[in-house]
Design a protein around this ligand. Structure first.
Ligand code: NAD
Ligand code: MG
Length: 381
């Protein structure tokens, strides 16, 4: 029975993960849960799943909390505790479901300690992909993707050797603004951008889907996770979000993974791999007619895609700069300070201004992350 630490348990991935556990109580043991600041929800989760530890990363909560609401779970505070728990001999699998670069350190600690990491936090791979995969190689950690596209690729890749892969094709829903021109995107509001047609996700990744930055981040994630060349990754728009990606092999055979858009499947697979168990997620209905559409993305309306390709090709500090710039720009867009189309503009401006280092260490990446956020906070269109 894998002993699971779930970081980011109150989020969209976190609650879906707990639903998987709820359906398979006999298979998984939850030993740690963490949230940023939603203490009431975290306490409720503790009552249901009875972990040994609960962590609130926001230290400000410390003063005014009724700790007995968590009994018998031990309530702890601060992000540093996550690193300690990630490396604990009482943990086998870490589910990395914190949003943004805030998830990097705890994910790093889990990989350093040689754990299985069910990786939802794609930002870790965008910021530090080459360092992370090298760390996993030396520690023996297993990184199993939770991102649905990467889970699909990972599943399809089980049928061939890495050297037999010709290319991977990432599918993209196209988000709420598929079909709109660049000019039409200028005036869209946070409310419109938060209304995703196929997936129900946290606010940051929902905005990333609307700008298609999510696909740019996923392209970078795929490159480092599967050790691909830049010319081996294609992007195709597929509005139904049923085919989660394709892998094309050297003999011309193309394998896809299909399922309704429901994150409980890739989460469950990352926990049970190489086994499978009864579905928690919704399943395909083969008795009702349906069709699947595919179309090339509109690179002009969504400049984030070109930025993603450039950043993937450059490597070095570019991923950390791009990711942090995007996080800060999304925050400013949601606060009403930037236009929707400014998000990519700000990312481009900060990438162009940055002092590129081709071979950074982790500390350098954390430093440029901070620099990039500060630049975006000052940026005006
Ligand atoms: P969310 O906003 O719903 O949840 C984020 C979680 O992280 C919450 O539990 C929150 O308390 C915690 N958190 C936020 N900031 C934190 C901080 N500074 N320190 C510690 N904890 C913090 O986000 P989500 O949609 O669940 O996404 C989580 C991650 O999974 C992201 O990296 C996202 O890109 C990735 N992902 C999500 C989906 C999805 O369907 N939601 C799909 C693929 C990948
Ligand atoms: Mg995805």
């Amino acid at each position: 029975m894998p002993r699971i630490a779930l970081f980011g348990s109150t989020g969209s991935i976190g609650t879906n993960c707990l639903d998987v556990v709820r359906h398979h109580r006999e298979r998984f043991d939850v030993v740690a849960l963490s949230a940023h600041s939603r203490s009431t929800e975290l306490a409720e989760q503790c009552r249901e799943f009875g972990p040994k530890w609960a962590v609130l990363c926001d230290e400000n909560q410390r003063a005014d909390l009724a700790r007995d609401a968590f009994d018998p779970t031990e309530l702890r505070f601060g992000a540093d505790v996550l690193e300690e728990i990630a490396a604990s001999p009482e943990v086998d699998t870490v589910v990395s479901a914190i949003v943004g670069a805030a998830g990097l350190r705890s994910t790093w600690a889990a990989i350093e300690a040689g754990k299985r990491v069910a990786l939802a936090n794609k930002e870790t791979m965008v910021v530090a992909g080459p360092l992370v995969t090298e760390l996993a190689r030396t520690s023996g950690a297993e990184i199993i993707p939770v991102d649905s596209e990467h889970s699909a690729i990972f599943q399809a890749m089980q049928s061939g050797a890495p050297t037999e892969v010709r290319r991977v094709v990432l599918t993209a829903s196209g988000g709420p603004f598929r079909g709109r021109s660049r000019a039409e995107l200028e005036a869209v509001t946070p409310e419109q951008a938060l209304d995703h047609p196929t997936w129900d996700m946290g606010p940051k990744i929902t905005i990333d889907s609307a700008t298609m930055t999510n696909k740019a981040l996923e392209l970078i994630e795929a490159k480092w996770l599967f050790d691909l060349r830049d010319d081996q990754i294609e992007i195709i728009v597929h509005p139904q979000s049923i085919v989660h990606s394709f892998v094309e092999f050297v003999d011309g055979s193309v394998l896809a993974q299909l399922s309704p858009p429901d994150m409980r499947l890739p989460i469950q697979y990352a926990l049970t791999f190489p086994d499978r168990c009864e579905a928690t997620a919704r399943q395909m209905d083969w008795r009702t007619a349906f069709s699947l559409e595919f179309e090339p993305p509109d690179e002009e309306a969504f400049p984030a895609l070109a930025i993603g390709r450039e950043v993937a090709a450059q490597g070095g500090t570019s991923g950390a700069v791009f990711n942090a710039a995007n996080e800060a720009a999304v925050e400013r867009f949601l606060a009403g300070e930037l236009k929707f189309t400014d998000i990519s503009r700000a990312c481009r401006a900060v990438l162009d201004a940055h002092d590129f280092d081709p071979d950074p260490a982790l500390a350098d990446l954390l430093r440029v992350d901070q620099w990039s956020r500060t630049e975006v906070m000052k940026w005006t269109s």
